[in-house]
Design a binder for this molecule. Structure first.
Ligand code: ADP
Length: 404
C-alpha cells in the first residue's frame, strides 16, 4: 500500500492512531481515504495498554504493556509502529497527520510542520497547556520515526476562523483581543466531519442552518450556516460553554476572583479545579461518565444530568438565535451518539423551535430521529475526526490519492 496516511492524536496520557489507504475510499464520491485500522496506547507512564481494531471495527489486539514500554510519546509510537509493521507490512507512510488543538488566530487551514512552524505552534502552549505540548510531542516522535514524510498539523480551532467578529471577541480592552485573547472555538475537526458528511447525505440541509451538539467527555456546540462555522460554545480555551465530564463549562469570572482572593487559590490549583474536578464529576461527586450517572439512583447524579441537559437546551436557544432558526440539529460524540435518554430530554418541549423527536426512532438510535412533521430534522451522526485529518493531510502534503 503506497500513499498511506498515519493519523496521530497525542494527548496527555494516550496516543490514538488510525491508518488510512490514500489510494482507496470507503465512501465513493466523498474524497475520503479508506480506513485500514485504528487503535490507541493509553495509560502512558502508568499502566499502559494497547488496543487496535480493523477496518470493520473488530478488535484485533488488546494487551497490557510494561510501564517502561510506553513511558513517553516516542515509546508509545514505537508500540504502534511495531503493530503496523507486523499487520500492515506493505503500508508505506507518505504523510503523517496530527490533531493539534490550537492553531491560533492565523491558521484557518491545516499546515505542514517544519522547524519554523513547530516553533510557532509551541508559542501557543500557554493557551492550551493540557493539550498542545502533548500534540507537539507526538509530532516530534513521528518526525524522528518518519524523517522523510511530511508532518501535517490539523487544528481544532481552524474550522471556526469564519466566526464573525462579535463571536470572536470578549468585551475586554481592545489590546487584549489584539494579543490573542479571543474566542477560538474547538472540536473543529468533528464539526468539519459532520458538515462534510451532511453535504453527502443531506445536501439541502448542509447549505442551511445547522446546529451540531458534540457531546462527549469534552462537549461543545456549533452553529453552522452554509457549511461555515458562525458560532461555537467554546471560547478562549476548551473550558467554556457546556459542562463536560470533568470541566466546568461557562462560569462567572467573578467566581475565580473570589477563589483567588478569599481562598488563596493560584493558577495551578484553579487549573486542576476547572479542568479535572468540575463538570459531571464535580456536580455528582460520583463519576464523569454519563453511563454511570444514568445508571445511578443517587440524587446528585440526577442533578448533574439535569444541569447538563439544561445547559445544552439553553445553548440550542442561543445557537438558534445566532442563525435565526434551525433546519437541522445533529447529535454527535459519545453521549450524543449513544444516549437516547439525554437526546430525548434535550429535545423535550422544543416545539417552539419546530423541533420534535420520534421516541421509537430515538430509542433505536436511528440516524434520523425526527418526529413526522418536525420542521427541524434531528440527526445522529457518528463523528470521525481521524478521517478529516487524513483528508487534510493528503491535500496539504500534495500526496496524490485515487480518492481525491
Ligand atoms: P471524548 O470526548 O473523550 O472523545 P467520547 O466522545 O468517547 O469522549 O464520549 C465519552 C462520553 O460518552 C462518556 O461520558 C460516556 O459515558 C458517554 N457514553 C458513551 N456511550 C454511552 C451510552 N450508551 N449512554 C450514555 N453515555 C454514553
Amino acid at each position: 500500500m503506497t500513499g498511506a496516511v498515519l493519523v496521530l492524536n497525542a494527548g496527555s496520557s494516550s496516543i490514538k492512531f488510525a491508518l488510512f489507504d490514500g489510494t482507496g475510499t470507503d465512501v465513493p464520491g466523498s474524497g475520503d481515504p479508506a480506513e485500514v485500522c485504528r487503535g490507541r496506547v493509553e495509560g502512558l507512564g502508568e499502566q499502559p495498554r494497547f488496543r487496535a481494531q480493523d477496518e470493520c471495527g473488530t478488535p484485533v489486539e488488546a494487551r497490557d504493556l510494561a510501564p517502561g514500554e510506553a513511558s513517553s510519546h516516542a515509546a508509545a509510537l514505537d508500540v504502534i509502529l511495531e503493530f503496523l509493521a507486523r499487520r500492515h507490512a506493505d503500508a508505506r507512510i507518505a504523510v503523517v497527520g496530527h490533531r493539534v488543538v490550537h492553531g491560533g488566530a492565523a491558521h484557518s487551514r491545516s499546515v505542514i510542520v517544519d522547524t519554523a512552524m513547530r516553533a510557532e505552534l509551541a508559542l501557543l502552549e500557554p493557551l492550551a497547556p493540557l493539550h498542545q505540548p502533548h500534540n507537539l510531542a507526538g509530532i516530534d516522535a513521528a518526525r524522528a520515526a518518519f524523517p522523510d514524510a511530511p508532518q501535517v498539523a490539523c487544528f481544532d480551532t481552524a474550522f471556526h476562523r469564519t466566526h464573525p467578529w462579535v463571536n470572536d471577541t470578549f468585551a475586554l480592552p481592545r489590546a487584549l483581543y489584539d494579543e490573542g485573547i479571543r474566542r477560538y472555538g474547538f472540536h473543529g475537526l468533528s464539526y468539519d466531519y459532520i458538515s462534510s458528511r451532511l453535504r453527502q447525505t443531506h445536501p439541502t440541509l448542509a447549505s442551511g442552518r445547522v446546529v451540531v451538539a458534540h457531546l462527549g467527555n469534552g462537549a461543545s456546540m456549533c452553529a453552522i450556516k452554509d457549511g461555515r462555522s458562525v458560532g461555537s460554545s467554546m471560547g478562549f480555551t476548551a473550558l467554556d460553554g457546556l459542562p463536560m465530564g470533568t470541566r466546568c463549562g461557562q462560569l462567572d469570572p467573578g467566581v475565580l476572583l473570589y477563589l483567588m482572593s478569599a481562598k488563596g487559590m493560584d493558577a495551578p490549583a484553579l487549573t486542576d479545579l476547572l479542568y479535572n474536578r468540575s463538570g459531571l464529576k464535580g456536580l455528582s461527586g460520583i463519576s464523569a461518565d454519563m453511563r454511570v450517572l444514568e445508571a445511578s439512583e443517587e440524587p446528585h447524579a440526577a442533578q448533574a444530568i439535569d444541569y447538563f441537559v439544561y445547559r445544552v437546551r439553553r445553548e440550542i436557544g442561543a445557537m438558534a438565535a445566532t442563525v435565526a432558526g434551525i433546519d437541522a440539529l445533529v447529535f454527535t460524540g459519545g453521549i450524543g451518539e449513544n444516549s437516547a435518554l439525554i437526546r430525548a430530554r434535550i429535545c423535550e418541549n422544543m416545539d417552539w423551535l419546530g423541533l420534535s423527536v420520534d421516541a421509537a426512532r430515538n430509542a433505536a438510535n436511528e440516524a434520523d430521529i425526527s418526529a413526522p412533521g418536525s420542521r427541524c430534522r434531528v440527526l445522529v451522526i457518528r463523528t470521525n475526526e481521524e478521517v478529516v485529518i487524513a483528508r487534510h493531510s493528503l491535500h496539504v502534503a500534495g500526496v496524490s490519492s485515487a480518492a481525491t
